[in-house]
Design a protein. Sequence first.
Length: 133
Amino acid sequence: MITAEKFIQDDIFARHCGIELLELAPGKAAGRMKIRKEHMNGMGIVHGGAIFSLADLVFAAASNSHQSLAMAINVSISYIKKVTGGTLTAKAEEVSVNPRLGTYTVRITDEAGDTVAIFQGMVYRKKPKVDTL
């Protein structure tokens, strides 16, 4: 069984961004990222790429939680509210799953619980089960 600790340990980019995986269960995951100066864009707000990276990590964790290698085939994100600091939280939930495809929604919120962005993604699952994810 994949663990949150193992998943984040192996994701060098997520660790570089300061993303912490808080929860991992079949079909769902949650994570957070404390905003640092490196996350800011030239206009003094959190860069969309930083928000996307948080969403993408919890999406990857949730979609790989079934022990099959899941590869993103389509993703989109809608930015709803600007962020200038604090901590962001992302929660991924499985919307639909079958042997080959899985669809997920990730809601990213700020410290007040306001939705900052909504991420949607679809994965293709590779055939052999992976014991060491």
